[in-house]
Design a protein around this ligand. Structure first.
Ligand code: ZN
Length: 160
């Protein structure tokens, strides 16, 4: 069965950055399962997997415009420390979920200078060229429920 729209695809993957540093991997975890053609994964990876079958290996380099987008300087802000009421310590690298005009986003603390905290609502991989090393582990038809929801449900049916 080929990877195509409305198939549920399982992949093992390792994602490395420009310097060969590993940014993310399914190594040691169950394969990533996603619904193809529903924007569950970045466009560059989805198009690289189109037409592949179980056992295929794919190596693909994805530019930011087909990945997590360019880094948008407007999403970087300096806020006052008092905005973080309840957080014990604020340090660079901390991430939290916040609401932005673009909807809920993961926000990363990038700099702490006294009362001034710099936060960045860009995706942590925005602006980066991404190298994916992927193996297709499985391809199956999506269930009617998965198609209705627009995502795969996995073995346990959770994933919401
Ligand atoms: Zn669902």
């Amino acid at each position: 069965m080929e990877v195509a729209k409305d198939k549920v695809v399982s992949i093992d993957y390792t994602l490395t950055g420009d310097q060969g540093n590993v940014l993310d991997t399914s190594n040691g975890k169950p394969p990533l399962e996603y619904l193809h053609g529903s924007n569950n994964i970045i466009p560059g990876l989805e198009s690289a997997l189109e037409g592949k079958t179980q056992g295929d290996q794919v190596n693909v380099t994805i530019q930011p415009e087909n990945g997590y987008g360019q880094h948008d300087p407007k999403l970087v802000q300096v806020v006052q420390r008092k905005a973080f009421q309840g957080a014990p310590t604020i340090a660079p690298g901390m991430q939290f979920q916040g609401n932005t005009p673009q909807g809920p986003r993961i926000i990363t603390v990038t700099k702490v200078e006294g009362e001034n905290i710099t936060i960045d609502a860009n995706h942590p991989l925005a602006g980066m060229t991404l190298n994916f090393d992927v193996k297709v582990v499985g391809v199956r038809d999506a269930t009617a429920e998965e198609l209705a929801h627009g995502h795969s449900h996995g073995a346990g049916g959770q994933h919401h």
